[in-house]
Design a protein around this ligand. Sequence first.
Ligand code: PLP
Length: 462
Amino acid sequence: MEPDKYVGPHMVTSVPGPKSREYHEKERKLFFKAWYVDKDVPFIMRRKYTWFIEDVDGNRYIDMVTGWASTPMGAGYKPVLEKAVEALWESGGVECTDYVTDVHLFDLAEKLAEITPRQLTRVAPDTTGTEAVEAAMRLAREKTKRYFMLTFHGSFHGGNYGAAGAGPTSPDVTHGIKEYIHGFIHVPYPTCYRCPFRQTYPQCNLACLDYIEDVILRYETAPDTIAGVLYEPIQGENGVYIPPDGWVERLHEMGEKYGWVMIDDEVQTGFGRTGKMFAIEHWPQVVEKVDLMPLAKALSGGALPIAAVMGTDEVMTASDNLYLGGTFAWQPAACAGALAGIEAMERENVLDNVARLEKIAQDRMTPLMEKYEIVGDVRIKGVYLALEFVEDKETKTPAKELTRQIHRRLINKGVVGIHERGLWWIRWLPALNMPPQLFHKACDLLEETIDEVSREYGKGIA
Ligand SMILES: Cc1ncc(COP(=O)(O)O)c(C=O)c1O
């Protein structure tokens, strides 16, 4: 598809259209129940190109999901897909590369060692972010021979037992898991808009970090039982919470003091999403203190599933008895696609476009907070974007139904973002190379929708 042939959304039916309805009925018969009950996307995709998703009824949406941040250069980005397909033919398809190591792995490993913080010299191959996080925790425990992992309320580190047990985003993510998985200590993240200590930054002096020393280390466990700290440098699934100045630095100071392995989960923030290649670069003092860095999503370049843990020599060589990865980890074609993706980001100076989009987001989204009573908070870092909706600014009561209305109406206007049932924020994860005029168009439709919903529900203008 020629990118500039498409100037915006194009809607031919209300959503869901008749064909999507038919597929939804099938979906309810064919898939396990939890697959569809909480989904808030009322159409079935037919195809995807550049910055657009087209559904089976012919509606075209601006894609603010991008495979949950996995197609950083937009859909169907040729230089990446071509390299992946070439390697797919060359390698003959699937290979179990932890047994028969394929030549395509080396250039990617070298590239990752070059672009990640310089102490991260070695790689542990994986297929998904969940696996990479679990691998990182095992590496930390092998290195320290300690038991606990310190993780944060509201964080998401993946599905499955280990990663979901690590990140208690919400009780439904850990439902059926918590009972079986032990070894985590969960502490508050600096979710300043909803501070659990009812304090305000900077007067709080980062009470959430004091809590670790004053409560956890005093009453719950000794520092030398903790193997490491697993943290998101910016919390994604919880609605893009950006830690205030000093938090990441002090967390790392604590880690250094107690010998904790510091795991910076860049599965969602990695590869330009927040305006830097890796989000940790926003805090230059700690960049060289990271011990392990799980990567996935945008690492794929938008081609094929691939994940990795980058780590220091010290941690990555601590054990010679650790099975990580699996049959599908680091497929030759996925490696070729990933390398082409990184090269494309560099060649196209995509971070410059992220800065342009961030500026537009600040100019267009931040004022919505002033203008509308229901827009409680707007959080922006690069193109990591969230709007949180409330019944009113005073009580900050989550406006769950209004959020759903806004999300659904936006889809009907041709913008698909991220909203999950029961939550009261909408996130956008546009491609890093989205044309600014298209992003503006999406912002127009967003404001139009918030305006409509505010008026109809009598919430009015602030
Ligand atoms: C920060 C973070 N870590 C880990 C994961 C899990 O990645 P995956 O879905 O590839 O297993 C996610 C997924 O959203 C994530 O946001």
